[in-house]
Design a protein around this ligand. Structure first.
Ligand SMILES: NC(=O)c1ccc[n+]([C@@H]2O[C@H](COP(=O)([O-])OP(=O)(O)OC[C@H]3O[C@@H](n4cnc5c(N)ncnc54)[C@H](O)[C@@H]3O)[C@@H](O)[C@H]2O)c1
Length: 270
């Protein structure tokens, strides 16, 4: 049921690769709620993914941008305002990639060039998006900027390797930039820490199925789906959350506050 939560609002959605992507579900939800937006992804993902299908369904234009390139971001943010007819009210950063994970390198054998790439793509790009928006004065008052995080920012997960540092940095950028942008323009900056979700990025982590099932058993509400996450993101874009900023918001069915659950006790009892 749509409630026009984003009626009259304009935005940019990064990271819709295919129909499993959290950004894809968010684009559908934002469209349903009356929001207008442009879609973007890395030029290489344009060729692999299906973003044009999503663009047709949502009436959005697609503007390629490598989120690590300041020039690409300036072009994207400028063109988005031209296409949408004014300053922006929401931005979703739904971007993550680790060459070390992709190539199966363990944490004790990191390739440091790739490590820096992980940080650039998955965390620093968030700062670049915010800084470019600020320099171009592209956001309206009370605009809402969201990036997606994971609890490996706070807890150790053996196979999440350098992405754990990227997520810790991402959450820190949300606090530091949220403070700056809140004071100067009343812009809100938050991260949402999402349950394990079956997407291309999620399934790329070895042992993903095991920690997906473990998180399901540890969460009183079960794992939050990509659709649930999309609804939360849209709520965070809406005017109902105007005073929420500089937070890392847990969207995990209660996982992060559970020590153990009866389901896990039953499963592990000898
Ligand atoms: N899937 C999970 O279990 C899970 C859990 C918590 C948080 N997250 C986070 O959610 C976000 C979205 O991931 P997803 O699970 O929807 O997977 P996904 O693979 O569908 O999305 C990741 C996106 O990042 C894009 N990307 C990679 N390099 C880029 C670059 N240089 N410039 C621009 N875009 C680039 C990819 O093209 C892709 O669209 C990521 O930040 C991810 O870490 C995922």
């Amino acid at each position: 049921m749509a409630n026009n939560l984003l009626k009259g609002k304009r935005g940019i959605i990064f990271g819709a690769l295919d129909e499993n992507s959290i950004a894809w579900k968010t684009a559908l939800k934002a469209h349903e709620e009356g929001g207008k937006f442009t879609l973007t992804n890395a030029p290489i993902a344009m060729r692999m993914g299906k973003i044009n299908e999503l663009a047709q369904t949502t009436g959005a234009q697609v503007i390629p941008a490598d989120a690590t390139s300041e020039a690409d971001l300036a072009n994207l943010i400028t063109k988005s305002q031209e296409i949408l007819g004014g300053k922006l009210d929401f931005v979703l950063h739904s971007i993550g990639m680790s060459p070390n994970i992709r190539k199966g390198r363990p944490y004790g054998d990191m390739n440091y060039e790739w490590y820096l790439k992980t940080l650039d793509i998955s965390a620093l790009s968030f700062h670049k998006v915010l800084q470019t928006c600020e320099k171009l004065d592209a956001l309206n008052e009370y605009a809402s900027v969201i990036a997606l995080s994971y609890i490996a920012a706070q807890r150790a997960y053996p196979d999440y390797t350098d992405m754990a540092q990227a997520k810790a940095m991402l959450e820190s950028i949300a606090r530091s930039y949220g403070q700056r942008y809140g004071r100067s323009k009343k812009v809100r900056v938050n991260t949402i820490s999402q349950s394990p979700t079956k997407t291309t990025a999620g399934a790329g982590i070895s042992g993903f199925d095991v920690f997906f099932d473990y998180a399901e058993l540890m969460s009183p509400l079960g794992n939050a789906s990509a659709e649930d996450c999309a609804s939360y993101i849209v709520a965070m874009f809406s005017d109902f959350t105007r005073m929420v900023t500089m937070q890392n918001l847990m969207h995990d069915g209660g996982f992060s506050s559970s020590g153990i659950t009866e389901e896990l006790v039953a499963r592990l009892s000898k």
